[in-house]
Design a protein around this ligand. Structure first.
Ligand SMILES: C[S@@+](CC[C@H](N)C(=O)[O-])C[C@H]1O[C@@H](n2cnc3c(N)ncnc32)[C@H](O)[C@@H]1O
Length: 265
């Protein structure tokens, strides 16, 4: 099992937060669509307790709290947690909001049970060793209320296996004052999607952000992993390209970039 001494994600997410807070995860219409779909799929009502693992800059945690839910966001990166707390404070001044806690999703530092445990934007998939992923799922399984639900947003490997691509984001698109070139590549041997980002600023040398490599399980593999953690009734939904649909949609091998895995205790 890997340790958290010097994981690559510590440096990557801190660096993304420094380059531009918005790049680390701004609340946009995409996040709003995701929260709308998860509210339907997980039947979340005001008052529901939600645990957001790898919550990043809090885009889902904040929108869920704005819908009246009691949310705890756990992330390993302090800079992104600060962004999350600042965003809430900007939107709601002195009102109490989500609780943002530094911690490892394998051993979330939380108490009580939750109606939902979520891990969005492939926050689940970060480890090199599946024993670590299983530890996250086992922790989630223990934290879920008997009628609670787990939601994982993951890559659909069938899509990514043929969708290697490079995108240019001009200044203002993702980072306010920098051009970014981002490329994704599927490693068939490892079953992972690698994501490389280079930052170009006027008058400066190009900067390479520490690359990201995330596990992309097939539906059969992820179903087995989720069930190994004691969860059941696993349902797998698909996105419409990169877009989150406005209701549950069947996973399509070719056109769904992401899959939404829902499971229950
Ligand atoms: C791809 S980002 C997703 C952030 C957020 N869920 C979103 O959709 O905007 C992955 C997040 O997982 C966090 N992370 C990585 N390893 C972690 C760990 N072991 N425990 C908790 N958080 C972790 C990173 O710091 C990063 O914020």
């Amino acid at each position: 099992m890997s340790t958290t001494e010097t994981p690559w994600w510590t440096e990557r997410y801190a660096r993304l937060a420094e380059i531009d807070p918005a790049f680390a995860g701004a609340i946009d219409s995409h996040a709003e669509d995701q929260v709308e779909l998860m509210t339907q799929l997980l039947r979340l009502e005001p008052g529901a307790r939600v645990l957001d693992l790898g919550c990043g800059a809090g885009r889902h945690a904040i929108l869920l709290a704005e819908r009246g839910m009691e949310v705890v966001g756990v992330d390993w990166s302090e800079p992104v947690l600060e962004l999350a707390a600042d965003t809430w404070a900007r939107r709601h001044a002195d009102e109490a909001g989500p609780r943002f806690v530094k911690g490892d999703m394998r051993t979330p530092p939380v108490e009580g049970t939750f109606d939902a445990v979520i891990a969005m934007d492939v926050a689940f998939g970060i480890f090199d060793d599946d024993a670590d992923h299983l530890q996250v799922l086992s922790a989630a399984s223990e934290l879920l209320a008997p009628d609670g639900a787990l939601l994982l947003e993951l890559f659909n490997p069938y899509f990514w296996s043929h969708a290697a691509q490079t995108r240019h984001y001009p200044a203002g698109a993702l980072a306010a004052d920098a051009h970014l070139v981002r490329s994704w590549r599927f490693d068939a041997d490892l079953g992972r999607v690698e994501d490389h980002i280079t930052v170009f600023r006027t008058g400066a040398e190009p900067e390479t952000v520490p690359p990201q490599s995330l596990r992309a399980w097939t539906p059969t593999e992820i179903r087995a992993l989720v069930q190994a953690a004691g969860l059941s009734r696993v349902a797998i939904h698909g996105t419409d390209g990169w877009r989150t649909p406005d209701g549950p949609r069947r996973l399509d091998a070719v056109s769904s970039a992401f899959m939404w895995v829902v499971a229950h205790p």
